[in-house]
Design a protein around this ligand. Structure first.
Ligand SMILES: [Zn+2]
Length: 76
């Protein structure tokens, strides 16, 4: 798979970190499985991962914590 951003890099499996703001909360999700460009660093998430992250953020936004840091893992 070629990078859609720089058009010349190769997308390789890696991890990224995402930050979300919901109401008064900031939710940081670490170790998100992503395809990362080996040239420009652009990343792409599969629909499955997007859905998983969305559920984590939805659940965490109800916790009332101002800042949450969540590490994604295979067990999640
Ligand atoms: Zn690229």
């Amino acid at each position: 798979m070629t990078c859609t951003n720089c058009k010349s890099g190769r997308m390789v499996e890696g991890k990224t970190i995402l930050t979300f703001s919901r109401d008064n909360s900031t939710i940081v999700v670490k170790d998100v499985d992503a395809l990362v460009c080996d040239l420009c660093g652009a990343w792409y998430l599969t629909p499955e991962v997007v859905e998983e992250v969305r559920q984590i953020v939805d659940a965490e936004s109800k916790s009332g914590h101002e800042v949450s840091v969540i590490k994604m893992g295979k067990a999640a």
